[in-house]
Design a protein around this ligand. Structure first.
Ligand SMILES: Nc1ncnc2c1ncn2[C@@H]1O[C@H](COP(=O)(O)OP(=O)(O)O)[C@@H](O)[C@H]1O
Ligand SMILES: [Mg+2]
Length: 236
């Protein structure tokens, strides 16, 4: 399988008063195309910090990050923004949709930064909203949608640029159990279609459903295992 992500010696420190806080303390991690990874660990273990670095929202204090043959750790803010727009789809617990903007225009928004006509943006956004089962809700604003529907809009928006990686930081954290099941089924389908997915979760059963589990503690990886079902097939 093709390697997509390679992190080596990644550290992220924060200066707090006189103290140095090590949010990530020497992370080495490789992720292949079509990997389906759960990032787990207790609160404060560094999960979101790791996701933000992988998603090019933040840069490491030390170490190297290669994303599909580009050394992302050496890039300027503007270069990073371009990589983020081209390669990353990010989904958050709180959806992060634009308020007072309908589903269609929320999903079209990432394409504004690409050289695509309004017509093409609209067609592509409609295609993705259909893909996530929201063809009947394109004209609804976020406050006119349920939590599960909002997260589907967010997933469509994340996928509209055909990103190399789908990153989800506790995507079902604000959803009830039946809506959670729907959203997880959608992730499973996207994975089967070839999408690379990295998901932060607190739920052991959600983590098991992913094919690989990476556990953080105090900014370090203390466990990296694959679900029994997929071992062998995905090993290389
Ligand atoms: N912007 C920040 N400033 C200072 N400390 C931070 C900041 N973001 C995260 N941290 C600290 O880094 C550690 C890891 O945080 P985080 O990655 O959010 O953990 P998790 O997502 O696993 O709960 C925590 O101790 C947190 O308090
Ligand atoms: Mg977090």
């Amino acid at each position: 399988m093709n390697q997509l992500i390679s992190l080596s010696g990644i550290r992220r420190t924060y200066q707090m008063g006189g103290e140095t806080l090590h949010a990530l303390d020497g992370i080495d991690l490789s992720i292949q195309q079509n990997d389906y990874v759960a990032v787990i660990g207790s609160s404060g273990s560094g999960k979101s910090t790791l996701m933000n670095i992988i998603g090019c929202l933040d840069t490491p204090s030390e170490g190297h990050y290669r994303l599909a043959d580009e050394d992302v750790s050496e890039m300027t803010g503007q270069q990073l923004a371009a990589v983020r727009n081209r390669r990353i789809g990010f989904i958050f617990q709180s959806f992060n949709l634009l308020p007072r903007v309908d589903a269609l225009h929320n999903v079209m928004q990432p394409l504004v930064y690409q050289r695509v006509s309004y017509r093409q943006r609209k067609a592509r956004a409609q295609e993705l909203l259909e893909r996530v089962g929201l063809s009947g809700r394109m004209g609804h604003q976020p406050n006119e949608l349920s939590g599960g529907q909002r997260q589907r809009v967010a997933i469509a928006r994340a996928l509209v640029t055909a990103p190399s990686i789908l990153l989800a930081d506790e995507p079902t954290g604000n959803l009830d159990s039946s809506t959670t099941a729907d959203i997880l089924n959608l992730f499973d389908e996207l994975h089967r279609e070839g999408q690379t997915i990295i998901m932060v979760t607190h739920e052991p059963d959600i983590a098991r459903r992913c094919h690989r589990q990476v556990r953080l503690k105090d900014g370090q990886i203390i466990e990296d295992s694959r679900s029994a079902m997929t071992t062998g097939k995905e090993e290389h």
